[in-house]
Design a binder for this molecule. Structure first.
Ligand code: OOG
Ligand code: NI
Length: 296
């Protein structure tokens, strides 16, 4: 059941983000993996609008129903975001990272625009879903939720919050999936080495704060591609290029308590868990114009 929901998300994401198929193809060509299923998905991420009937409190109900546990909270004051991560019930499933825009902290003009769309959703739409029906959940995650925005509204939002502009158009489309690199063969099993492989194949990496984002404990290293541009069609029929989604790469080092274990015995629970606000703050920028201007 959870598998069906995750497969649906990955399918739409892969159709929309050419880098996903391209990274997988490059990994197969290089002999790092033999098939896409060999990739361990560290986590997937969603973005939401923090208004009462939507936001994290709404979207999380789906994943709590499918056995996820809400873990730590992260706060991003400058970007006006909050985020939480969710641990799966079994280690073969990805973690989930859901962020939320603190809408009430935006300017009155931006709030008016956001509410113009989100007020159309009168009650929490997840409450009306049969969460055991994975087809209904899949359809919901790819539904429009609110009207297609106007290009003018998109531009006003983008000038104040690039996150807000991303969500008003992209809604619950998967923001990224994440290749776990630590279990890959030597030469590819660190973010530093994997970044080299990616750049050799022409992928553009987010370099905000440096291409490798490292947690203060040194045990969670992350990198991400710059989001590719998609041609968005706005409500007046205008077409305009906007940031789509991206791909992330994560290396979780073995915790000191398990350093004595032979490599063959290392499982997920022996590695650095969770996320890191300082890393995440920079990864959000994978869809921001200062980064996407480098994608072709
Ligand atoms: C999420 C950015 C943060 C991580 O792993 O810390 C993140 C986003 O861009 O919505 O993915
Ligand atoms: Ni991430």
């Amino acid at each position: 059941m959870l598998k069906d929901v995750l497969n649906g998300l990955m399918e739409r994401y892969q159709q929309r983000v050419p880098d996903v198929g391209a990274v997988i193809a490059a990994m197969i060509k290089e002999g790092i993996i033999t098939q896409a299923d060999d990739i361990e998905n560290d986590h997937i991420a969603f973005r939401t609008m923090g208004v009462p009937q939507l936001g994290v409190q709404s979207l999380e109900k789906i994943f709590l129903h499918y056995g996820y546990t809400k873990m730590d909270k992260y706060h991003f004051p400058a970007k006006k975001l909050d985020a939480w991560w969710y641990a799966p019930s079994e280690p073969q499933y990805p973690r989930i990272f859901i962020s939320e825009l603190r809408v009430a902290e935006l300017s009155a003009a931006a709030q008016t625009i956001i509410h113009h769309y989100t007020d159309e959703v009168k009650t929490d739409p997840v409450n009306a879903l049969d969460l055991d029906d994975s087809k209904a959940v899949d359809a919901f995650l790819h539904s429009a939720l609110w009207q297609t925005p106007t290009l003018a509204d998109y531009k006003v939002l983008a000038a104040e919050s690039e996150y807000a502009a991303w969500v008003i158009y992209n809604r619950y489309y998967l923001n990224h999936f994440t290749v776990s690199v630590h279990n890959l063969p030597p030469g590819y099993n660190t973010v530093a080495d994997f970044n080299q492989f990616l750049e050799k194949h022409g992928f553009h990496l987010n370099d905000s704060g440096g291409k490798i984002k490292t947690s203060p404990d040194g045990r969670l290293l992350q990198s991400a591609t710059v989001a590719g541009m998609i041609t968005a069609t706005f409500s007046g029929g205008e077409q305009f290029p906007i940031a789509g989604s991206y791909v992330e790469f994560a290396e979780r080092k073995v915790l000191p308590a398990f350093a004595h274990l032979p490599a063959s015995e290392i499982r997920r629970e022996h590695r650095r868990e969770g996320f890191e606000a300082g890393n995440a703050d920079k990864i959000f920028e994978s869809t921001y114009a200062a980064q996407t201007k480098k994608s072709s």
